[in-house]
Design a protein around this ligand. Structure first.
Ligand code: C2E
Ligand code: CA
Ligand code: CA
Ligand code: CA
Length: 275
């Protein structure tokens, strides 16, 4: 026990240095990536739970790194937020999603897309004008866009204040990862939110767990009482799908239906009739 202090230092110091160097490297490379257009959006369909038809897609950002390969957002979004790059990254995502919606339109595909935004993005004054500009650039109707915002943003007053501006633009608002953090139906009732996305951690074991079914049932009933649509996200098995369908979820998204995929692949998938 006496040696713990010393060995703790010996173990942690180099690791912290390594992490910092790694983050700094990623930060520099991410700046370059934004300039060199190395980011790419993948799209995952959302399905209507009753008809089984595609209702739209969620855009999920990836980084085609020349050496590291495909880097996932869980790795670089936190870096972008820490080093002040999330605004620029978010602008790119918004512009690219609108450009893709316009491309789909030119191919005869009327699509809707959801993009993800963090609290930091919502607090930026430039958010509304940038979003408006991106939609105008590509003649996108605001009803084709939904902004997904993680539930914890509801604790951030400044971020919540941006909701009414977003809603007045005509874009849809969706609360992401609902039910794992701060779920507040009293607040939701006052906000112009249209959709709740129920996190998969709430229904992973739903076919075996009466508790899980009760939680999802309660969320669906309260959401419907407030005129909100419920999307179950991360649906992986047919049993999960069947149970969530029986519990009256409105939409579903997950590997069972399709993984996130590049735009060209999504185009084929949607045109082939979702097979
Ligand atoms: P999220 O918004 O909750 O996105 C859902 C994540 O679950 C995605 O991971 C998706 O690929 C994954 N997923 C979808 N279906 C399934 C399934 O059936 N099973 C499992 N296990 N996972 C599934 P991804 O693409 O790695 O994104 C991770 C997170 O990164 C997102 O979580 C979102 O918070 C963030 N993110 C992604 N794109 C953006 C972006 O453009 N801007 C911002 N600010 N954040 C983003
Ligand atoms: Ca999301
Ligand atoms: Ca989510
Ligand atoms: Ca998540």
């Amino acid at each position: 026990a006496k040696r713990q202090g010393g060995s703790t230092f010996a173990v942690f110091e180099p690791r912290m240095e390594h992490d910092t160097r790694e983050e700094l490297a990623l930060q520099t490379e991410l700046r370059e990536a934004l300039a060199r257009n190395e980011l790419v959006l993948y799209y995952q369909p959302k399905m209507d739970a009753r008809s089984g038809l595609i209702t739209g897609v969620e855009a999920l950002v990836r980084w085609h790194h020349p050496q590291r390969g495909l880097v996932m957002p869980g790795v670089f979004i936190p870096v972008a937020e820490r080093f002040g790059l999330i605004g620029q990254l978010g602008d790119w995502v918004t512009e690219e999603a609108c450009r893709q919606l316009a491309e789909w339109r030119s191919q005869g595909l009327r699509m809707r897309a959801a993009i993800n935004m963090s609290a930091h993005q919502l607090r930026q004054d430039s958010l509304l004008p940038r979003l408006k500009q991106a939609m105008e650039n590509h003649a996108i109707d605001p009803s084709q866009l939904t902004i997904e915002i993680i539930e914890s943003v509801l604790m951030d007053d400044a971020a919540v204040r941006s909701f009414s501006g977003l809603a007045s633009l005509g874009v849809g608002l969706s609360i992401d990862d609902f039910g794992i953090g701060y779920c507040n139906f009293a607040l939701l009732r006052k906000l112009p939110v249209k959709q709740l996305k129920v996190d998969r951690s709430l229904f992973t074991d739903i076919q075996n767990s009466a508790d899980a079914r009760s939680v999802v049932t309660a969320i669906v009933q309260m959401a419907h009482a407030l005129n909100l649509r419920v999307v179950a996200e991360g649906v992986e098995t047919e049993r999960q799908r069947d149970t969530l369908q029986a519990l009256d979820c409105d939409e579903m998204q997950g590997f069972l239906f399709a993984r996130p995929m590049p735009a060209e692949k999504l185009t084929l998938w949607a045109m082939e009739g979702e097979t």
